[in-house]
Design a protein around this ligand. Structure first.
Ligand SMILES: NC(=O)c1ccc[n+]([C@@H]2O[C@H](COP(=O)([O-])OP(=O)(O)OC[C@H]3O[C@@H](n4cnc5c(N)ncnc54)[C@H](OP(=O)(O)O)[C@@H]3O)[C@@H](O)[C@H]2O)c1
Length: 274
């Protein structure tokens, strides 16, 4: 198999970003293989026996780890043995300030793997408002302890498009790509966009006390909540996000703005009560 006919392995390829990466590769006419626990090719990070079938014949792979999941120590060695030469790792723009140890370790492993690599560090996804913020939005109250600091919400479609460029081309080898949307917005401003297109009025509480109270019912251990609050405070202390312009640099077009995202998501019923 040549480099252009070998399937590109897409790990995490059924989720918010990964499904869009797979769609981008499909649109580009590139052979690819989506592997996850509930995908045609079954792959489970915790079951090394499932790895070879996913890796077989792949030269390039996209790696997206589920939340709070470590990259197993021997995974990249196994991938190298199977002939993988290039990795695009999806990471987090707040990897250091929020102390995301699983992704810090994954980044270090990828950089030391001997593969050509690109690390894509995303800010908050626009789509968070229809995944883990969806219920708070529908309930009319969202608590994130970052006050009115402006965030770099970025569209998952744009993140995926950048990942596809990095997977298919050579220009981004050895680069860390920090992705934000085109305009930074506070949570209040983002929720105002949502209200404009859905009519839903959502109260925003950016205080630690509000967050503590919101998480109390969720069974999250107190210590973990306090660690999260401290990490959010460290991130907020950096002040308003300055858009990085990397989406625009890589894609050669403007990134999708939050208002356009909100309109499209509302039109497909993202916040319709079920
Ligand atoms: N949300 C944000 O604002 C944000 C910002 C920056 C960075 N990030 C990072 O982005 C990642 C989350 O991205 P996402 O929202 O696109 O993910 P997602 O929608 O939650 O999708 C997770 C993917 O991983 C697969 N998966 C889950 N458990 C697995 C396992 N044990 N073995 C193999 N595959 C498994 C899932 O498929 P199956 O369930 O079928 O296995 C799915 O394809 C995290 O690393 C997070 O830290 C998120």
């Amino acid at each position: 198999m040549t480099h252009t006919t070998a399937p590109i392995l897409v790990l995490g390829g059924t989720g918010t970003v990964g499904s869009r990466v797979a769609a981008g590769l499909r649109a580009a006419g590139r052979a690819h293989r989506v592997a996850a626990r509930r995908a045609e090719v079954r792959f489970d990070w915790s079951l090394p026996g499932t790895w070879p079938a996913a890796l077989d014949g792949a030269r390039t792979m996209f790696v997206l780890l589920p939340d709070q999941t470590a990259l197993p120590d021997d995974f990249l060695r196994t991938a190298r043995r199977h002939g993988v030469e290039k990795v695009v790792l999806h990471s987090d723009r707040a990897v250091d300030v929020m102390n995301v140890t699983s992704l810090q370790a994954a980044e270090a492993q990828v950089r030391a793997s001997g593969c050509a690599w690109t690390i894509v560090r995303s800010d908050w996804f626009d789509q968070d408002f229809e995944t883990f913020f969806r219920q708070p939005v529908l309930d009319g109250r969202l608590c994130v302890p970052v006050g009115s600091v402006r965030q770099g919400f970025v569209d998952a479609g744009d993140i995926a498009a950048v990942c596809v460029e990095a997977l298919l081309g050579e220009d981004f080898a050895g680069r860390i790509l920090p992705l934000t949307g085109p305009v930074a917005l506070s949570f209040r401003e983002a929720l105002d966009h949502l209200q404009r297109v859905t009519g839903l009025r959502v109260e925003f509480d950016g205080t630690p006390d509000g967050y503590r109270a919101a998480l109390r019912g969720d069974g999250v251990p107190e210590e973990a909540v306090e660690t999260l609050i401290a990490n959010f405070a460290a991130a907020a202390a950096q002040g308003d996000t300055r858009p990085t312009g990397v989406v625009e640099e890589v894609l050669g077009r403007p990134g999708k703005d939050f208002g356009a995202y909100a309109e499209e998501a509302a039109a497909r019923g993202a916040w319709r009560q079920t």
